[in-house]
Design a protein around this ligand. Structure first.
Ligand SMILES: C[S@@+](CC[C@H](N)C(=O)[O-])C[C@H]1O[C@@H](n2cnc3c(N)ncnc32)[C@H](O)[C@@H]1O
Length: 318
């Protein structure tokens, strides 16, 4: 080392009281990461701990399994149309998935990255996307939140890129009168739509998403509506398979769908966890009945960001 280079060392650097020390970085990141990974436990279920604002769905293994069954049932029903509707080709692009709590990942494709973050916060990805797919985010945001999310999608898509969203309707129907109007299952959807209205974040996302996507400036808007049977009652093989998967979806998902909304926003006043369990026992019994031929709807909307210079004919917005 040359003599004219002087290195000044503060011998007390690591012992002097300071606002933070290198150790703080370590413990902070560790504790923030583990707090988010552990989530928040309530009534025996784990919920996200990323943001203050609660989200109705648990983020635990049990609910991830239910969601997988739910998605598989819709895709089984919709398979004639394809897994994705936008004409984006079959290239396996690098892909990123955003979620508010880490999923139990046992296998992920090499081109997929999960990011645990609040999707309404600033998006920090540097490159724009060719395609954005949103699925089962029903009841996550109020109108303003949805407008913000679609705005972010619009801004972060390449011109000509596609947005697709797939959502369930939580209400059940039957075409042959087998779903009795006074049954728990017939009242299920409106019960939760009521809870979500009181929570200020409606579960009717499948009804409102198209209008909100159009309002954000997307063009070439399409939609499909699918009937997803509950149970193996249909004669048609494809529908029967969708119904079997949806049956598993309901049985595995019931408690997660119900607990947060009913204990916080149940009518006429919030329900106790025990009341919820009694209700769910009754619902389970009805789901297992072979005489009910129930089904729910799933809706898919897909739309394109205009290309640069494309003239967009817009309806006047009031
Ligand atoms: C009903 S689950 C559906 C999960 C998955 N999209 C699927 O189709 O199986 C809803 C997901 O939305 C995530 N979520 C809710 N609010 C969010 C937010 N503000 N930012 C990011 N993810 C959010 C939750 O973590 C949860 O995993």
């Amino acid at each position: 080392m040359s003599d004219d280079i002087k290195i000044s060392v503060d011998p007390d650097y690591f012992t002097r009281e300071k606002e933070f020390t290198p150790k703080d970085f370590e413990s902070d990141t560790t504790s923030i990461a583990s707090r988010i990974a552990q989530g928040r436990i309530e009534n025996g279920r784990r919920y996200q701990a990323l943001k203050e604002d609660d989200y109705w769905s648990p983020s635990d293994e049990k609910q991830f399994e239910a969601q997988e069954n739910g998605t598989s049932s819709t895709l089984a029903q919709a398979r004639d149309h394809g897994q994705l509707m936008p004409p984006i080709g079959t290239q396996q692009q690098p892909s990123v998935e955003s979620t508010s709590s880490p999923p139990p990942i046992t296998w992920i494709p090499p081109n997929c990255v999960f990011e645990v973050d609040d999707v309404l916060k600033e998006w920090t990805w540097r490159e724009s996307f060719d395609f954005i797919h949103i699925r089962q985010l029903l009841g996550a945001f109020d109108e303003e939140g949805w407008a913000e999310l679609y705005k972010k999608c619009y801004e972060n898509l390449t011109p000509g890129g596609w947005l697709e969203q797939m959502e369930f309707d939580v209400r059940l129907h039957s075409d042959d009168g087998s779903l009795k109007p006074d049954s728990l299952l017939a009242g299920w959807g409106d019960n939760f739509i009521g809870c979500s209205a009181r929570a200020g974040r409606s579960l009717k996302t499948q009804e409102t998403m198209r209008g909100a996507i159009e309002k954000a400036g997307f063009v070439d808007v399409h939609e499909n509506l699918y009937k997803v049977p509950l149970g193996p009652w249909p004669k048609d093989k494809q529908l029967k398979e969708a119904g079997q998967l949806n049956y598993l979806h309901w049985l595995s998902g019931l408690e997660g769908y119900a607990m947060w909304l009913l204990t916080k926003f149940g009518a006429p006043e919030p329900w106790s966890p025990e009341e919820v369990q009694v209700y769910l026992a009754g619902v389970r019994k009805e789901i297992k009945s072979t005489s009910t031929h129930g089904y729910g709807y799933a809706r898919r909307v897909w739309a394109r960001k205009p290309t640069a210079g494309e003239v967009v004919k817009r309806e006047p917005v009031d």
